[in-house]
Write a protein that binds this ligand. Structure first.
Ligand SMILES: [Mg+2]
Length: 231
């Protein structure tokens, strides 16, 4: 028997392969901004530093400590500063280029499309993301995922960020379902999984790297192709 009516998907690191798309973009920028002609950084260090800085900025954004502009303004300034490159014009241009280009990349997690094709006739599908409207919309359009979803709910459009219960309640209102009729799928144990649990929603932890944890979760999968076994 079908337990759920609505299925909510996180986007970044769950369907859309943020890591792969970001690395591809950074590799292009590394060449175009001629970082490759400098003694440092090595491409590998540039990418690793981006990850560290980006993860920290997003964690602060998710806690509500900083806004979107701070991520955009600070990201490349901080990265270049690690390699003693202090060039605000270059940092700004790199940031603009990264923001413009990364959402046009289309690498998805394995089986994303076939799984959505299986689920779409069976459930109402939604995106529930802490990303920004324009950016997430572009990713979904470019990677040809947009048509699978009835609606895209972002932290920007709802005014709240996962893991806050409000964004989950807002999403349930939009889908016109109660918490027990919905399930949340995401890669972030804190934002997606604990957030959904606090809103009394079932949840499926997407854990492709099989990271250890101590949370009790409704379901856990390592690959999207496992979803038809659950849903
Ligand atoms: Mg995610």
């Amino acid at each position: 028997m079908k337990r759920y009516k609505a299925v909510f998907f996180d986007l970044d690191h769950t369907l859309w392969d943020y890591e792969k798309n970001s690395v591809e973009t950074l590799t292009e920028l590394y060449e175009e901004f001629e970082l490759s002609k400098r003694p440092k950084p090595e491409l590998k260090d540039f990418i690793e530093t981006f990850d560290k800085v980006n993860t920290r900025l997003w964690a602060n954004y998710n806690k509500g400590h900083i806004g979107r502009e701070v991520i955009r303004d600070q990201r490349f300034k901080k990265i270049l500063a690690v390699f003693n490159i202090r060039n605000d014009v270059m940092a700004r241009k790199m940031s603009e280029e990264y923001i413009k280009r990364c959402p046009t990349k289309t690498h998805l997690f394995p089986h994303a499309e076939t799984t959505l094709r299986y689920l779409q006739p069976r459930y109402d599908l939604y995106i529930l993301t802490n990303g920004f409207n324009d950016v997430q919309d572009e990713k979904l359009r470019r990677s040809k995922l947009k048509g699978f979803f009835r609606n895209i709910i972002t932290s920007e459009s709802s005014g709240h960020r996962k893991p806050s219960a409000q964004i989950f309640h807002h999403s349930l209102d939009i889908a016109r379902v109660s918490a027990h009729e919905a399930v949340m799928i995401g890669d972030n144990l804190h934002a997606d999984i604990i957030g959904a649990r606090n809103a009394n929603m079932d949840h499926i932890y997407f854990n492709p790297s099989r990271s250890g944890h101590k949370e009790s979760v409704t379901y856990e999968i390592n690959c999207l192709s496992e979803l038809p076994n659950i849903l």
